[in-house]
Design a protein around this ligand. Structure first.
Ligand SMILES: [Fe+2]
Ligand SMILES: [Fe+2]
Length: 135
């Protein structure tokens, strides 16, 4: 499950970060069939975890700055994903990670960005803090 332009928010920095997340997920999907599968998957998961934490922190800060009313529910969704991701990352040190687990990460991103992230867009666009819509 990958990136499509339907997932664009029109907020440049957010869109860039979302695309980086999908790039890492695509690398994970390749890693799972590679010869050095175990370490390749693990290190891609480490990278995904580290970048997603930065991304969540940026989104949460922007939502807070713009007084987004559903902030707490959005943060809870981020935390739940982080917990699952850390679990899969830990699991990847001891056992093979299945393609299903990786698909689950991609599916979560698609549905989270497409629904939950899209919900904050009007609030962020109404403020003056976020600029540079994609041309
Ligand atoms: Fe996001
Ligand atoms: Fe989000």
């Amino acid at each position: 499950m990958g990136w499509t332009d339907n997932l664009l928010t029109g907020i440049h920095e957010i869109d860039q970060q979302h695309q980086v997340l999908f790039d890492v997920v695509a690398r994970l999907e390749q890693a799972v069939t590679s010869d050095d599968k175990w370490s390749a998957v693990h290190f891609a998961l480490v990278e995904l975890n580290s970048f997603v934490n930065v991304h969540f922190a940026v989104e949460e800060a922007l939502m807070r700055l713009h007084g987004y009313p559903d902030l707490e529910a959005h943060i809870a969704a981020h935390r739940a994903f982080s917990v699952d991701l850390v679990e899969i990352k830990q699991h990847s040190i001891r056992k093979d990670v299945s393609s299903e687990m990786l698909n689950m990460l991609g599916s979560w991103l698609v549905s989270h960005i497409g629904v939950v992230d899209k919900a904050y867009v009007p609030y962020l666009r109404a403020g003056k803090i976020v600029t540079t819509p994609r041309s």
